[in-house]
Ligand binder design. Structure first.
Ligand code: GCU
Length: 329
């Protein structure tokens, strides 16, 4: 069913999406666009993508169809970003850490312990600073459309961790990111960049001792089954972007651009709601699965923060004003 998700089987798609597709099934589309996701089909960002496709299909009365490919079907995140910049893909949803390579201002949003809490982050992203950061993608070959929630990232491990010393010398899976490499090294551990869909086997075979991600990814990818200690240190809160390729964007009329941007905004609000629900479901699932969630003491979190604060001057030297504005927001 074009425009309504990754699946070719009708049964896999929620009835509301089927209905709308039926409505416009005889319209021959002007465009059939691709949208790539590396998360599972039932994950909040994927459901947000499907909602986006549905909204665009509906608002364009079937003229713009978007096929959503989930589960890394079209490739790993770094490849998807590269393809997007070249116009080989029309849309993706990507973690901010994979975008810093193309836009150094994006480094700011990957900095550890940047916000007080989630509310603080959303005030920043929904305000003028969020817009400024979106604008800073000009010239990269991609155009940001909306911010998606990805919670807060924590470590997880096959053994309990209560102090900084407990992670010393441990091999920790990270995304392909220079900033994360430095953070892990500063913590006294060994960074090991690995693609997202290979983390489970890296943990299972003992190639890595630990990894780090938000609770819902930890649950959805079943990492909790091979690393049963989830350590709440809240080192980064990395938002995600829905992006369109510049090549695709430039083809659109003003009216089509409006349909795309308004649908992206609406789908983002939907995703944020789903995110909150999924975090709770994930929490229950991992606890029922026998995991232990360990909350680091404030004192210990402060020790983590202190040893990694060097990344601010190393990666954000040109953006210290922006960081100050974020912290004061
Ligand atoms: C999160 C994010 C993914 C990313 C992953 C990772 O789960 O949503 O897009 O690939 O982190 O750690 O690689």
């Amino acid at each position: 069913i074009p425009g309504c998700g990754s699946s070719s089987s009708k049964e896999d798609i929620a009835p509301e999406y089927q209905t709308i597709c039926e409505e416009y099934k005889d319209v021959s589309p002007k465009y059939v666009f691709s949208y790539a996701e590396n998360q599972a089909k039932d994950y909040p960002t994927s459901l947000g993508a499907i909602r986006f496709a549905y909204l665009v299909h509906q608002k364009s009365k079937g003229r713009i169809q978007i096929r959503v490919y989930t589960d890394s079907e079209l490739g790993d995140e770094p490849d998807l970003v590269r393809e997007l910049t070249r116009g080989g893909l029309d849309f993706i949803r990507a973690s901010m850490s994979g975008l810093t390579e193309y836009n150094s201002e994006a480094n700011v949003l990957v900095m550890p312990y940047l916000y007080k809490d989630a509310d603080h982050m959303w005030k920043v992203l929904d305000g003028d600073i969020g817009q400024e950061i979106m604008d800073s993608f000009e010239g990269t070959g991609m155009v940001p459309l909306s911010w998606y929630d990805a919670g807060v990232r924590n470590f997880y491990s096959s053994e309990p961790v209560h102090t900084l010393e407990d992670i010393s010398g441990k091999v920790i899976r990270i995304q392909e990111s220079d900033i994360m490499e430095d953070i892990i090294t500063d913590l006294g551990a060994v960074p090991y960049p690995t693609m997202f869909d290979e983390v489970y086997s890296a943990l299972q075979t003992g190639r890595v001792d630990m990894a780090e991600n938000n609770l819902s990814s930890y649950e959805s990818m079943e990492h909790y089954k091979v690393a049963p200690y989830y350590i709440v240190d809240e080192h980064t809160r990395i938002p995600e972007l829905q992006l369109i390729s510049q090549t695709t964007y430039d083809k659109l009329t003003d009216e089509e651009k409006e349909i795309i941007t308004s649908s992206a905004q609406e789908s983002a609000l939907y995703e944020r709601e789903l995110w909150k629900e999924r975090e709770e479901v994930s929490r229950k699932r991992v606890i029922e699965g026998g995991c232990e969630i360990i909350y680091l003491s404030d004192n210990e979190k402060e020790r983590f923060r202190k040893v990694i604060e060097g990344v601010y001057s190393k990666y954000c030297g040109d953006y210290m004003d922006l960081i100050e504005r974020i912290q004061k927001y």
